[in-house]
Ligand binder design. Structure first.
Ligand code: KE4
Length: 425
């Protein structure tokens, strides 16, 4: 069966034919591709079409598809069994690596998704502080956990409203939503409600409204204000952890949070999440402390083996400077191609994560400015790229990625294909 037929088949058994909404290509139109396999910088659909992959599974594949170190480590683990429900050496090894890479993390707990990491970190923050309110930022996504799947209320610092049916307003009302990069709004909210706030959670570099870097002072303000009022600062580094640096955005910007959530890269492509922080806070988690959190497949040996091989390979390669340079050159060239064709756009990049916002030339510094982009033009761009063998995220408001195997030759081929795609928009 071809892509279309398989998608029809999928729709008989899976809501919308997918296991995660964005995969249905609703934001860009057209019928989604069904992926048969990946190799290095490429993925192949069931029809055998090859795409240069800038989606990279939404972030985990910083080493590209099927890196030999990861694959052999997973094979070794599989030959010993898939799951034991008791502690195995791999999870101890990976915990050691995470603690070694993040100075702010004395102890870490593995879970099975970024959502689960965020849910657990917020419960821990509420249990540790005895407070119930949390703060998040418009345009930031922290997984599909009720307390963070909320939208901004009417005013700036008003209580949130449910982001989807199924979330009781009583739950949404325990979350404040502020504009990203708005330090004044942060100071004002803390002045009014600081003593009731358990935690502030932030993507230190936003990836889910498209890439939006933190303004000078923003992260510092969050650190100072939360410190001042006894709230915990949670850096959601599910995307940025081991992406921007081995120690994530907190290393990159030199700001230490109280808790960190991780995912994606630390599982090397296998289902994973993690949360960690200072001993003083993490010691409150069961069975050491009383705040409960658990999971059948947490610390799964095959997942841990994939993550361990990924982290160890990143430590060997230390690819961050080279990735930063190569991505800078690549994005400059894509921008030149768009300019040549007279397509209005702006782009943001931090290290090897970046987003082109089409149809707008206003710098994108928060969710409101991101919304100024032309999503139907983006849809045309996406589908023209796909037809020319280039895969980017099927939504304007996501991050594109490079991997260590996106070498000069592949990027030059990508640029030729992008140029052709732009001409065909
Ligand atoms: P998961 O539960 O999807 O593993 O992680 C949730 C999450 C938490 N925090 C951040 C900063 C995230 O970016 C995510 C998940 N990212 C999206 C795409 N940017 C996942 C893609 C999808 O939902 O299919």
């Amino acid at each position: 069966m071809n892509n279309q037929q398989l998608f029809e088949e999928a729709k008989k058994y899976l809501p919308g034919g997918v296991n995660s909404p964005v995969r249905a290509f609703k934001a860009v139109g057209g019928s989604p591709i069904i992926v048969e396999r990946g190799q290095g910088a490429y993925i192949y659909d069931v029809e055998g079409n090859r795409y240069i992959d800038f989606l990279l599974s939404w972030g985990p594949l910083i080493l590209g598809h099927r890196h030999p170190n990861v694959e052999s480590s997973v094979k070794q683990a599989v030959e010993k069994g898939l799951s034991f429900g008791l502690t195995n050496p791999y999870e101890i090894e990976l915990a050691k690596e995470v603690v070694g890479s993040f100075p702010s993390v004395d102890k870490v707990r593995f879970v099975n998704s970024g959502t689960e990491a965020v849910m657990s970190a917020i419960r821990l923050a509420r249990g540790y502080t005895g407070r119930k309110y949390i703060v998040k930022f418009e345009g930031c996504y922290h997984g599909h956990y009720d307390s963070v799947l909320v939208s901004a209320g009417s005013g700036v610092a008003t209580l949130a409203i449910p982001g989807t049916p199924g979330i009781p307003e009583e739950v949404a009302k325990l979350t404040f939503v502020l504009p990203y990069n708005d330090s004044e709004a942060v100071k004002k909210l803390f002045e009014e409600k600081g003593s009731q706030i358990a935690a502030v959670i932030v993507e230190p570099v936003a990836g889910n409204m498209g890439v939006v870097p933190p303004k000078e002072e923003f992260l510092k303000t969050l650190r100072e204000e939360s410190e001042k009022y006894g709230a915990l600062l949670i850096f959601d580094e599910v995307i940025t952890g081991l992406r921007l640096a081995l120690g994530g955005a907190q290393e990159y910007y030199g700001i230490e949070p109280d808790l960190t959530t991780l995912g994606k890269v630390i599982g090397g492509g296998m289902p994973v999440g993690a949360y960690g922080g200072k001993e003083e806070i993490m010691s409150k988690i069961a069975p050491e402390g009383e705040i409960y959190q658990a999971g059948t497949l947490s610390g799964n040996p095959v997942t841990m083996a994939a993550g361990l091989a990924t982290v160890q390979t990143l430590k060997e390669l230390n690819p961050y400077e080279e990735l930063d340079k190569r991505t800078a050159q690549f994005t400059e060239k894509v921008s030149a191609l768009l300019k040549e064709k007279g397509i209005p756009h702006t782009y943001n990049r931090v290290g090897s994560m970046f987003t082109f916002f089409l149809g707008t030339q206003e710098k994108v510094t928060d969710y409101r400015s991101a919304l100024k982009s032309d999503t139907s033009l983006f849809g045309k761009f996406f589908n023209s790229l796909l037809k020319n063998g280039v895969l980017i995220p099927p939504s304007q408001f996501e991050a594109w990625f490079l991997s260590v195997v996106h070498n000069e030759e592949i990027l030059n081929e990508a640029l030729e294909r992008i140029e052709k795609a732009i001409k065909e928009i």
